[in-house]
Design a protein around this ligand. Sequence first.
Ligand SMILES: [Zn+2]
Length: 271
Amino acid sequence: MCVAGCEARVRSALSRRGFFKGAAAAGFAATAVPARAAEARSFSKVVDLTHTMSPDFPTFMGKPGIEMEREFDFKKDRFNLFWWHVVEHAGTHLDAPIHFSEAGLSTDQLPVEQLVVPLAVVNVVYQAEQEPDYGLSREDLAKWEEKHGRLPAGCCVALHSGWGELATADPARFAGRDVNGTFHFPGFSPEAAAWLLKERDVAGIAVDTMSLDIGSSQEFKTHQVWLPSGRWGLENVANLDKVPETGATLVVGAAKVKDSTGGLARVLALV
Ligand SMILES: [Zn+2]
């Protein structure tokens, strides 16, 4: 099967090389990443990288990320319908560039070519076991490239810390909140994010924890480095242990809501 978006019509899209030179010169100004050519890929199975959303899913704010109010009931009304009250940044969700920039792209403005991309999974399960506030490092990326070659053009780099399983198995540990209210979970170090931005062609980064930054971060430096560049992030990604470190295609089915800074997403890996 050919992945949607991989056909020849995408091949005429703009080359990124010129953009990267420009972005470096502009100090990573808030600029949309142009659409790019994608190579044809095939797949034999689909892995769901999405957690089931519910009012019980751990959130950064500590309040339910979704509330569902029954508006119509089949027994009475002959159809079912809920009103949802949803926080944009809860559950498996997208961070759009506008989340951390004044004039960045909102979710509805992201080019679809940047939402179907090669997936590179960086395993830091061992490091995260030793240090809950582990920041994925430049060295981790170098090790991935030693093993698999250069990060594929236009890819998503995903942090696999092992935290994903905790979201349902041990929600308190997943959130990692200590007695002082400080979170502790792995994320991307700002240095690794800056390196990816400058040295590689990456559409987005993903984490199996609640934030692109490590839990104890107060300044959200990784968010600040990454999102204003016009790239996206994914948080609370599930099942990264069920996909290969390289070779899968990521499909980010983010809800297309006007001016949204992110939002619930159905995230799939085509393996
Ligand atoms: Zn978010």
